[in-house]
Design a protein around this ligand. Structure first.
Ligand SMILES: [Zn+2]
Length: 52
């Protein structure tokens, strides 16, 4: 599972596909978890991407 900001959505999708060879599932980060950070930079994560 990857948390990422808007800027790194495509990178996150690519990483999930590369690592898991599965269809990525793409969700908004719930408001109560909005202090999570992007895996690729220091922005607040807005999306959660997991392997389907
Ligand atoms: Zn980012």
């Amino acid at each position: 599972m990857i948390y990422c900001c808007k800027t790194h959505v495509e990178q996150g999708l690519d990483d999930i596909v590369d690592k898991h060879e599965a269809v990525p599932i793409f969700e908004n980060v719930p408001e109560e978890k909005e202090l999570l950070l992007c895996e690729y930079c220091t922005n607040t994560a807005e999306y959660k991407i997991s392997a389907g």
